[in-house]
Design a binder for this molecule. Structure first.
Ligand code: SIN
Length: 294
């Protein structure tokens, strides 16, 4: 197995000479896990995994995550979620069309968010369809002292419903979106998460907030909180920033990332008839916390 840091980014690495369809020796897995912590995003090329093989590999990283979305699960294995713009014979989508279209860290609206997400690219579109990542440790390090002081000890309020989010637009290409977001607005709780999170394994602090899920700051009115969130989210769209990386998919790629270190988003830019298909698995995580450096 060879791990090579991405040449054009300050984080992320490519992994070659590993076959994920076969059991991975413990020593190799330990090296892979170390690379996951060090580089936050790993791209493993040239894989052809069945749904069961993808789940077996994902389980090496911890307990497999369940998908709240029951409608678009892979027919062969319910732990694999289909992200695709394909339409079934009945004229209905067979997967989530607009998954991850805004910057986020997966399931930060849950009490115990996903530690890791893994996507296996089965088919990439002829143009577009990239995924961007942002190193949120580097964002924390880049914050001016004043902004760092404003968010110290504060909790962000996270929610899954785009209807409660002033920054979100609901995709018109997903027929059940409105109904789904109405239901989640009604049924899901608001979740409080530290705005600065300590990585439970490396001890590094990061900004733990995203335009997709962080809708307010606990104990602050919107007139004060929204400009602070805008200032944090501006780091995600600063095109010159060294802590952003844009991943261009190849068929057969397996890309996995540490949700405790990065935010990500699906960039889009492809037509509905230009098929993009990814198989998604997650690893259950640990509750977010902040511990000041000793
Ligand atoms: C996701 O946010 O889980 C999906 C990202 C992508 O489709 O590029």
């Amino acid at each position: 197995m060879i791990v090579t840091p991405f040449a054009d980014a300050t984080f992320g690495a490519e992994v070659r000479e590993i076959d994920l369809t076969r059991p991975i020796a413990d020593a190799d897995f330990q090296a892979l896990y170390r690379a996951f912590l060090d580089f936050h995003v790993l791209a493993i090329r040239n894989q052809d995994l069945s749904a069961d093989q993808q789940v077996a590999f994902t389980r090496r990283f911890g307990s497999i995550g369940e998908h709240a979305n029951k409608r678009y699960r892979h027919p062969d294995n319910p732990y694999v979620l289909l992200l695709t713009n394909e339409i079934g014979r009945d004229g209905k989508p067979i997967g989530v069309i607009d998954a991850g279209d805004m910057w986020h860290s997966d399931s930060s609206h849950h009490a115990v968010p996903a530690k890791m997400t893994l996507l296996h690219s089965v088919r990439r579109p002829s143009r577009g369809g990239d995924t961007e990542f942002c190193d949120m440790h580097a964002v924390y390090e880049a914050l001016p002292d004043k902004l760092r002081a404003r968010i110290a000890g504060k909790l962000g309020i996270h929610h899954a419903s785009k209807l409660l989010n002033p920054r979100a637009i609901i995709s018109t290409s997903r027929p059940d979106a409105q109904e789904n977001y109405e239901e989640s607005a009604r049924e899901r709780p608001h979740m409080r998460q530290p705005l600065v999170r300590t990585h439970p394994e490396t001890g590094r602090p990061s900004v733990y907030a995203s335009p997709r899920f962080t809708i307010a700051i606990d104990g602050m009115d919107d007139a004060e909180a929204q400009p602070i969130l805008d200032a944090l989210f501006a780091y995600l769209t600063d095109r010159k920033a060294p802590y952003l990386l844009r991943y261009k998919w190849q068929d057969g790629d397996v890309v996995l990332w540490d949700n405790r270190s990065v935010n990500h988003r699906a960039v889009g830019g492809y037509g509905m008839d230009d098929i993009r298909r990814l198989h998604r698995t997650t690893v259950a995580g640990d509750a977010a916390f902040y511990r000041p450096a000793a």
